[in-house]
Design a protein. Structure first.
Length: 383
């Protein structure tokens, strides 16, 4: 046992050195989409199995190792596994879906909410996290037909409505005690509840929030109040959260105003990408940035958005640039590293020492990468 720990300790600095060398010199190879997808899914399974509680480890840190399960992202990782099951037809993935969904039900708070941060932290309900778990529970219910998943999602939805302000915003039980425009992903979750139940209260609540969030977009199509931290430019990660919330909500409601909100912000990011050849981690109100690093989660999320916009309007620029983003992520993904804890994973930042999830491999980065590849396959099959 001690010998095994010693070998692992000796191996990690070598792996870190390889990753840093790779980030500096960018000597990376692209394999088939199927291989990259399988590697990503395998990493997510490893992150789920390592926790022993049914949830998915929040992150593999090159400093601290595997971290505890994270209720929020475990919730929407269910959706990744349901989508992968639908193409693989392997019942193994149904078991994974069931394990995560059962765990989510077991940790739901009495008020219907789901806690923020990892499972080992204080059990304080957070609005955004609750919405993301709803998305996963609905997909688990659709796949496995277990009524308790829908009941859990409904209880969570009622918690969201109860804590909503009269103007549609959420202020209580929000991360860092500030309101967030990216909570439109919560509105999306409520609309999914409306679609599956027909209960108008979820639709009404969602529209109230979407209309509040519309007022946060300036004349340059950038969103105010959209950062994790007050008065700090938002990450591409949270910008993409907001865009996706408007996009999915607009599709469900067939609302051109919400769809155009997503479209206009997406076009601003595409303009920056085409001009500069990359997308930095954060953007200020003028779509400018001082950051030296890239937020890889945001890149994967934006690829999904552009692919979905291509499906809607068939404009080739969305497809072409989404595929460029995916190819970049394929080069970033850890493949043939010899270090199983990171094999198939996507790091938080490029380079690895960027501020966002410093020296870490957050589960949500790999989740959205897998989602992007699944969507790429679907789109290309139709062409």
């Amino acid at each position: 046992m001690l010998n095994s720990i010693y070998k692992k300790a000796m191996k990690q600095p070598i792996t870190l050195a390889k990753l840093i060398f790779s980030d500096i010199f960018k000597q990376k190879k692209i394999y088939s989409t199927e291989l990259h997808l399988k590697k990503g899914i395998s990493w997510l399974i490893r992150a789920q199995k390592t926790t022993k509680d049914g949830g998915v480890s929040s992150c593999y840190s090159l400093i601290f190792g595997w971290r505890p399960s994270y209720p929020e992202t475990s919730g929407y990782i269910i959706s990744t596994f349901t989508n992968y099951f639908q193409i693989s037809k392997n019942p193994f993935y149904l078991k994974i879906i069931e394990e995560i969904a059962d765990w989510e039900c077991s940790i739901q708070l009495k008020n219907g909410g789901f806690q923020g941060d990892v499972i080992s932290k204080k059990k304080i309900p957070i609005i955004f996290n609750t919405g993301q778990v709803i998305l996963g529970l609905i997909d688990a219910f659709k796949e496995l037909k277990k009524q308790k998943y829908l009941e859990s999602a409904l209880n969570a939805g009622d918690f969201l409505i109860l804590n909503q302000e009269s103007d549609g915003n959420w202020e209580k039980n929000c991360f860092n005690n500030i309101h967030h425009t990216y909570n439109v992903r919560v509105a999306w979750a409520l609309l999914e509840l409306f679609e599956i139940t027909g209960e108008e209260k979820y639709k009404v609540s969602a529209i109230k929030n979407l209309n509040w969030a519309l007022k946060q977009q300036n004349e340059n199509y950038w969103f105010h109040n959209n950062s994790f931290i007050l008065n700090k430019p938002p990450l591409l990660h949270t910008i993409a959260y907001a865009i996706r919330g408007f996009l999915e909500s607009g599709k469900i409601l067939n609302d051109k105003n919400y769809l155009n909100t997503a479209l206009n912000a997406s076009l601003k990011l595409m303009e920056s990408y085409i001009i500069n050849g990359y997308l930095p981690a954060r953007f200020n109100e003028n779509w400018q940035s001082k950051d030296f690093y890239i937020c890889l989660t945001g890149i994967a999320q934006l690829s999904i958005i552009w692919l979905k916009l291509y499906e809607i309007n068939k404009e080739k620029k969305f497809l072409i640039n989404a595929l460029r983003l995916n190819n970049y992520l394929k080069m970033i993904q850890v493949v043939n590293s010899g270090f199983k804890e990171i094999e198939g994973g996507i790091k938080g930042s490029d380079p690895l020492w960027g501020w966002y999830n410093f020296l870490g491999f957050p589960n949500w980065a790999t989740k959205f990468f897998c989602d992007a590849l699944l969507l790429e396959n679907r789109v290309l099959r139709k062409i």
